[in-house]
Design a protein around this ligand. Structure first.
Ligand SMILES: Cc1cc2nc3c(=O)[nH]c(=O)nc-3n(C[C@H](O)[C@H](O)[C@H](O)COP(=O)(O)OP(=O)(O)OC[C@H]3O[C@@H](n4cnc5c(N)ncnc54)[C@H](O)[C@@H]3O)c2cc1C
Length: 413
C-alpha cells in the first residue's frame, strides 16, 4: 500500500498532523500499535491552554532547586538513580531556564498557543465533538497569601502582554463559583480563556474518526519496524507493507527511541505524570477544572470521575511506576474538595515529551530525505496538536506557514 505520507503515532499530535495533511490533498496512512489517543493524549488534564504561553522553566532560585532535588515539594519528584541517564538533557533544560531564554521561548510559543482554540474549534465542529468541550476556563486557587500575591503580580505583567485574561477572585467569589471548596482560602484566579474537555481520549478518538471518515487509512502496526530505502519509508506488515516518500514521527514520548535507532540524537526527556479518578461524594462535583496553586496538582470533572493529575516526575520513561506524588497530593486534594473512593485500582502513568527549551519540534530532519518530526510538546501537546499539525502540513506542502517555523526546527540544539 503506497501513500504520500506515513504518520507514526495516533495521539493528539499525530492525528492532528494526519488531518492537516489530508486537508491539503495528501494520501495519509496513520499508524499506531493501539487505537487512537490511548496514551498521553488519553491521560492528561484535558486543558486546551490558551493561557499557556510562559513555559514551565527549570527553577533558578537555589532554595527551590534544593527543595526539588530533595523531593520536598509536591510539584516535582526526582529519581536520583535515573540521573546518569537523564542528566545531560536536564542540564540543558536548566541552561534554558535563564530569564532571557525563557523570554525567547515565550515569544516563540505565543504564535502557537494563540491559535490553539481556533484550530481545535474547527476540528471539534467537523468531528461533531463540541459536546466534549467546556468553554468555562479553570480556577487556580491558593491558601497561601504570598503565593497568591506573586500570581496576581504576574497578571499585571506577562498575562497582559500576551493577551491572557484572568479575573482575580476573593475567597467568597471562589465559593460562589465552586460552593464545595473546603477549608480557608486566600483567593485565586479564574483563567477565563482556556477550554477543558470531559474526556481527552474521546476527543482524540473523534478526531481520528474524522480522519477515517474523510478517507484516511488508520492502520495498526509497530513503528519501530520503520525501514528506509532511497526515496521511500516502509513499515512491514504481514498483510501488506505500508510505504511512502515521507514519514512523520509523532510518537510523543516514544519519538526519541525510534529516532535514535535511525541515527538521530536529540535531547528529548520526559516529565512523567499520574492521574487517578475519584467517585463523586454526594452532589459535590466541580463545575470546571481546579488547580491547587500551592501544591501543583489539578482536579477536573471527567467521564471517569473527578480526575486528579499530578506534576512532573523526573526519571526514565520506562522506569516502573512510583506514584509518590499522587500519595502526597491526594490528602491535600481531599482537604480542598470532597472526593469519594478511588475509582481505579492503579493510577494511570504517562510521560510528557519534552525538549530543553520547552518548545515543540516541527519540521524536516536534516540529512534524511522525507523524514519529519512533530513532537516534544511537553505540557501542551493536547493544546497544540492541531496547531503544529497545521504548521507541519504547511511546511511539507510548500504552503506559506502561518508563523515563522524556525524556532521549532529540528537542528536548533
Ligand atoms: C499528567 C499529564 C497532564 C497533562 N495535561 C495536559 C493538559 O491539560 N493540556 C495539554 O495541552 N497537555 C497536557 N499534557 C501533555 C499532553 O498530554 C502531551 O503533550 C500530549 O498528549 C502528547 O501527545 P502525542 O500525540 O505527542 O503523544 P501520545 O498521545 O503519547 O501519542 C503517541 C502515540 O504513539 C504510539 N506509539 C508509540 N510507540 C509506538 C510504536 N512503536 N508503534 C506504533 N505506535 C506507537 C502510542 O501508542 C501513542 O498512541 C499532560 C501530560 C500529562 C502526563
Amino acid at each position: 500500500m503506497k501513500y504520500d505520507v506515513i504518520v507514526l503515532g495516533a495521539g493528539m499530535v499525530g492525528v492532528s498532523a494526519a488531518l492537516a495533511l489530508q486537508a491539503r490533498g495528501r494520501s495519509v496512512a496513520l499508524i499506531d500499535r493501539r487505537p487512537a489517543a490511548e496514551e498521553t493524549s488519553y491521560g492528561n488534564a484535558g486543558l486546551i491552554q490558551r493561557e499557556g504561553v510562559v513555559p514551565y522553566a527549570f527553577p533558578r532560585a537555589w532554595k527551590t532547586i534544593l527543595k526539588s532535588a530533595l523531593n520536598q515539594t509536591t510539584q516535582s519528584h526526582l529519581h536520583w538513580t535515573a540521573l546518569p541517564r537523564i542528566a545531560p538533557a536536564i542540564y540543558q533544560y536548566w541552561r534554558y531556564g535563564t530569564p532571557e531564554r525563557v523570554e525567547a521561548t515565550t515569544h516563540a510559543a505565543a504564535p502557537l498557543v494563540e491559535r490553539s482554540l481556533t484550530e481545535h474549534e474547527a476540528l471539534t465542529e467537523a468531528a461533531g465533538a463540541s459536546a466534549l468541550v467546556r468553554r468555562t476556563g479553570y480556577l487556580k486557587v491558593f491558601r497561601d497569601e504570598a503565593l497568591l500575591a506573586a500570581e496576581l503580580a504576574l497578571d499585571e505583567g506577562s498575562r497582559k502582554r500576551w493577551g491572557i485574561t484572568a479575573e482575580a477572585k476573593t475567597e467568597s467569589e471562589l465559593r460562589a463559583i465552586e460552593p464545595h471548596l473546603t477549608g480557608q482560602l486566600a483567593g485565586g484566579l479564574l483563567m477565563t480563556q482556556p477550554w477543558s474537555v470531559s474526556s481527552p481520549g474521546a476527543l482524540g478518538k473523534a478526531y481520528a474518526e474524522l480522519f477515517v471518515k474523510r478517507g484516511g487509512a488508520f492502520l495498526t502496526a509497530d513503528a519501530s519496524l520503520l525501514q528506509s530505502s532511497p526515496d521511500c519509508w516502509t513499515i512491514p506488515r504481514v498483510d501488506g507493507h505500508i510505504s511512502a516518500p515521507n514519514v512523520v514521527v509523532a510518537l510523543g514520548p516514544w519519538s526519541d527511541a525510534l529516532l535514535r535507532r535511525i541515527g538521530v540524537r536529540l535531547p528529548f526527556f520526559v516529565k512523567r505524570g499520574y492521574h487517578m479518578h475519584y467517585r463523586q461524594l454526594g452532589n459535590a462535583i466541580p463545575t470546571r477544572p481546579i488547580v491547587d496553586g500551592d501544591n501543583g496538582y489539578l482536579l477536573s470533572p471527567m467521564h471517569g470521575g473527578i480526575r486528579l493529575t499530578t506534576g512532573a516526575e523526573f526519571t526514565r520513561r520506562e522506569a516502573p511506576a512510583t506514584p509518590v506524588q499522587l500519595g502526597k497530593v491526594e490528602p491535600l486534594a481531599r482537604a480542598l474538595f470532597p472526593l469519594g473512593d478511588r475509582a481505579e485500582i492503579a493510577p494511570w502513568l504517562g510521560a510528557r515529551p519534552c525538549l530543553p527549551d520547552m518548545l515543540p519540534m516541527v519540521g524536516a530532519v536534516p540529512g534524511f530525505s522525507g523524514l519529519w518530526i512533530d513532537s516534544g510538546h511537553h505540557h501542551l501537546g493536547f493544546t497544540l496538536g492541531p496547531v503544529t499539525g497545521r504548521l507541519l502540513a504547511e511546511i511539507m506542502t510548500g504552503e506559506a506557514p502561518f508563523t515563522d517555523p524556525r524556532p521549532y526546527r529540528v537542528d536548533r540544539f
